[in-house]
Write a protein that binds this ligand. Sequence first.
Ligand code: SF4
Length: 389
Amino acid sequence: MHTPREMPECAETRSEKKQSGKKAMSSADGHWLAAAPAGRLLRYNRSDSARASASPGRIASAGCRRMPRPDPFEPQSLRELRSSLLRWYDEKGRELPWRKTRDPYRVWVSEIMLQQTRVSAVVPRYERFLGRFPSLETLAAARPAAVLAEWSGLGYYRRARNLHRAAKAITRAGRYPATARDWRQLPGVGRYTAAAIASIAFDEPAAVVDGNVERVLRRMLGAIDRKREAWSAAGELMDRARPGDFNQAMMELGATVCLPGAPRCTECPIRKFCRTRGRGTARSGKPRLKKYVCYGLATRRGSVLLVRRSPTESLMPGMWELPALDPPSTGPRLATVRHSITLTDYTATLVAHSGRPSGRARWARISRLDRLPLTGVTKKILKKAGIIE
Ligand code: SF4
């Protein structure tokens, strides 16, 4: 006969037992371990229970109490969930430059930059962008090419164009939109971004659902099938006293604890309410493509030959890049870089090229390249080749 001590425990349960030393704790099947009268831990499990009734005496489940996880939407649980999450965020949230401000311009710029770009890539670019365009008025008055040049390397250049157009619209209106609904009228501002700005800068209790938040909700509630349900659940969980912090805490939880592959459930401030604890929720991930491209470098009296992409291109329209060589040249390689765009990993090689301007090609002064909207890979490979800093 197995004693409760002989029954196997999941890693999470062992870790929790060490951490808390409490008598009651959750099992991997969504129920709670309960303290037996003798003080020993018993573990309730439906399959164990079924076996026990089929083979009396095999499993010592007698005396187990079944304690379902608390319903997070019940008023007392809601209060506890919100306060646990916010306390964790206050103590453990990363210090990021846009979290030191509630200025609508700065919050808005950060939210646009963070669309589809990692936090680590945004941090240095955010400060630099604000150094170049420190206010709404400076951004609205800038030339489109100057905004694109400053955005160069961040990718998804439509964001920069929309940011610029929206800056002009806000300047014309004479004030910032104050509600999420009004923010959504601006170019480049969707439901998520509007709610994030309105909650952080204007304290509107508008919930956000990005990929991170959706994953947390899906795992915590274990029963979200559609995005619409995630938005509705996020709205119910929202802390109305600190909406901006609550939204950022949910995003932070998804970005640093409830990770796509292996959630760190033992560090999670809301694990008490979580139905799945990450079981069966690992992301399979889409396969990435690999592509090889070759660019030619032609220089002449302090200038470099660049080609302007067509304004009708779907990707990076109107931006400047090095001439692509097709078929690739077999000449000596000057530099090689790796560059990723959405689901494609590029290997880009730079070779010497005796180019002549034709079509959209122009000689561009190397000393003024920082003012040109260069594509990210062009900037990267010119740096690697020592042409620009
Ligand atoms: S980290 Fe674990 S416990 Fe927390 S929400 Fe994600 S799956 Fe649940």
